[in-house]
Design a protein around this ligand. Structure first.
Ligand code: ATP
Length: 265
């Protein structure tokens, strides 16, 4: 289990980005982390993957634990070796390198299993086999996201932290990414999924957390969050009587719909 307890994170000694956050990612599960821009989701992922110091961030209080042992001061490389891997927001790939070179770089902490992991990634993303000798910079947005996820999988992680994997992608590609996350999880990797596409995230997650201004304001099974009227109306942008897939009961609902209040205020 990967956990944080009562975590406080400060950037540049002044910006308090997390204000006592507790969250669990159990082995083999999918956990969704939702929240508006600036709520602190990326900061929480950085704290879990050892990337805070790159951003001049620091844990002021609380702890990050892996299987009950503190890893709060461990480097990103140390955490990657222990199976925690973070896919950053914005499809970071090495644009001048080929697809396969990108994937091989991802294997730096798991050299011995390189061939097996490469096969696994190509099985998950057949598109990447077709483009394996092509330059990563020429891939489409969806393919670059697949490459970024594939590169993280090359270290055989136990915990995959995904920051906005569907951002800016067409609905068909979002559906592909969703299916791939499910398959990665089915193969045994736990996923912490940060998403603006809350419906997609809550449909595949077992548990969900909602953050607002550095705090967790909801912590419930994903199905309950998806069915919760407040979450549906104020977070997912759906009316209480909409279907789970977002289908509205009538045009009148769409026409007169406005967000009227901030939820969880
Ligand atoms: P987004 O989806 O916009 O990335 P988020 O929920 O991931 O939002 P964070 O990026 O974690 O939120 O930001 C949380 C708070 O920390 C915000 O107030 C943000 O301005 C601040 N912050 C984030 N990164 C830094 C940084 N490197 N230096 C200073 N402040 C930062």
């Amino acid at each position: 289990m990967l956990s944080v307890r009562n975590l406080e994170v400060v950037y540049d000694d002044v910006v308090l980005a997390l204000r006592g956050v507790s969250l669990d990612v159990p082995d083999g599960r999918i956990v969704a982390l939702l929240g508006a821009n600036g709520a602190g989701k990326s900061t929480l992922l950085r704290a879990l993957s050892g990337l805070l110091d790159v951003h001049d961030g620091e844990i002021r209080k609380g702890d990050v634990t892996l299987d009950g042992h503190s890893v709060a001061t461990m480097s990103a490389t140390g955490l990657a070796k222990r199976g925690v891997k973070h896919v950053l927001e914005g499809r970071r790939v090495f644009k001048e390198l080929t697809v396969e070179e990108n994937l091989r770089i991802g294997a730096h902490s798991a050299r011995r299993d390189l061939a097996t992991n490469l096969e696994r990634v190509y099985d998950l993303f057949p598109r990447l086999i077709e483009r394996r000798t092509g330059t990563a910079g020429y891939l489409s947005g969806g393919e670059q996201q697949m490459l970024a996820i594939g590169r993280a999988l090359m270290s055989g992680p136990r915990f995959l932290l995904l920051d906005e994997p569907s951002l800016g992608l067409a609905p068909l590609v979002v559906a592909q990414i969703r299916d791939i996350i499910l398959e990665i999880n089915r193969q045994g990797t736990a996923v912490l999924l940060v998403e603006q596409n809350a419906t997609m995230a809550l449909q595949i997650a077992e548990h969900g957390y909602v953050m607002e201004t550095g705090r967790i304001v909801m912590d419930r099974p994903a199905a309950e969050l998806l069915a919760d009227d407040d979450v549906r109306e104020f977070y997912l942008g759906l009316r209480p009587d909409d279907g789970v897939d977002g289908a509205r009961s009538s045009f009148r609902d769409v026409k007169h719909y406005k967000r009227r209040k901030r939820w969880a205020s």
